[in-house]
Design a protein around this ligand. Structure first.
Ligand SMILES: [Zn+2]
Ligand SMILES: [Zn+2]
Length: 325
């Protein structure tokens, strides 16, 4: 799983940060999902390694313009320029479909692929063979939701050392053994995969906050998350602005990550006021503020990629040659 930050600013785009958009890519399938689609997201995509043809699902946290003004352009371009015919599912709060229909009524666009809209309610909204997506209402000026993406448990780690002792060459055979298959070696020996595979492993969990003030629902949704992506529009010195606009400060984001026992916090949705490195308060200070409460914090920037790793030593099922990614 790889997170790609396409827009990490709040409210308005700046030369440093575009407005909100985060991609989550799945290495096994090559598909990716998009969380929010601020204006200009399709331009950001063109500058990233992500292929619009591989986009599968879009999740919208709330209906503020800095999270949705890029949606219709992106959907239209996927049809016009990429000429893709695979379906897209869009999940979002009540009103999203009305917004799309209202625009369509005066500015019709041709969509050449199946497009489905799903109005979300709190709880599990998606359950596939490999992941679930759950959403929870958060606290903002309009109805807003956070999303938790959780992998289902996967088969255990291959005992690599034991496999090597048995003379099994690393490579595709490792992948087959990990899947529990029986393999026949060149010397005729038969090895059963389940004798070399450990217990089931928990999947990874990523939580995307969207815009929110600190809230209990998000803390619960983020419990034990491998990665919590939390908005951090302001430094705590600007708490009053955060309260007035329904946002969080870096310190508050860190407090939520700590209370939720998340493993990694990533700050995003940074106010343009911190873009000036000569300014009174800088984005780096926002990051330092969060680290004082939750040391395992990073500050996202546009085009930054972050790999959500499995615990060390576990063979990644996505990787036929093994590895620990
Ligand atoms: Zn926003
Ligand atoms: Zn907002």
């Amino acid at each position: 799983m790889i997170l790609s930050f396409l827009g990490t600013g709040s409210g308005v785009p700046s030369t440093k940060r575009n407005v909100s958009a985060i991609a989550l890519s799945f290495r096994k399938t090559g598909k990716w999902w998009l969380f929010d689609c601020g204006e200009g997201t399709q331009h950001q995509l063109l500058k990233s390694p992500l292929k619009i043809s591989q986009l599968e699902k879009i999740f919208i946290t709330h209906l503020h313009g800095d999270h949705i003004f890029g949606l219709l352009g992106l959907l239209a371009s996927r049809s016009l320029s990429a000429r893709v015919e695979t379906r897209i599912d869009v999940y979002g709060p009540p009103g999203l479909f009305d917004y799309v229909q209202a625009v369509q009524a005066v500015s019709p666009m041709h969509i050449g692929y199946p497009l489905f809209f799903h109005t979300i309610e709190p709880g599990m909204i998606l359950d596939t063979d490999e992941v679930t997506v759950t959403c929870a209402p958060v606290q903002h000026r309009v109805p807003a939701f956070a999303y938790a993406i959780e992998e289902k448990p996967i088969s255990g780690a291959l005992q690599v050392e034991k496999a090597k002792e048995l003379g099994i060459p690393p490579g595709p055979l490792f992948g087959a053994l990990k899947r529990g298959e029986t393999v026949v070696l060149e010397d005729g020996r038969t090895i059963e995969g389940n004798t070399l595979v450990g217990p089931m492993q928990a999947g990874r969990k990523v939580v995307v906050s969207g815009d929110t003030m600190p809230c209990e629902a998000l803390q619960q949704l983020a419990h034990d998350a491998d990665v919590l992506i939390h908005e951090s529009t302001y430094a705590h010195v600007h708490l009053e602005l955060a309260v007035r606009s329904g946002h969080s400060t870096a310190r508050q984001a860190a407090e939520i990550a700590k209370a939720a026992k998340a493993k990694q916090l990533i700050l995003t949705h940074i106010s343009p006021r911190y873009d000036d490195p000569e300014g009174e308060w800088t984005a780096l200070q926002v990051l330092e503020e969060a680290r004082q409460t939750f040391p395992n914090t990073e500050l996202a920037h546009d085009f930054w990629q972050y790999e959500v790793k499995r615990p060390r030593g576990i063979l990644d099922r996505d990787d036929p040659n093994g590895g620990t990614a």
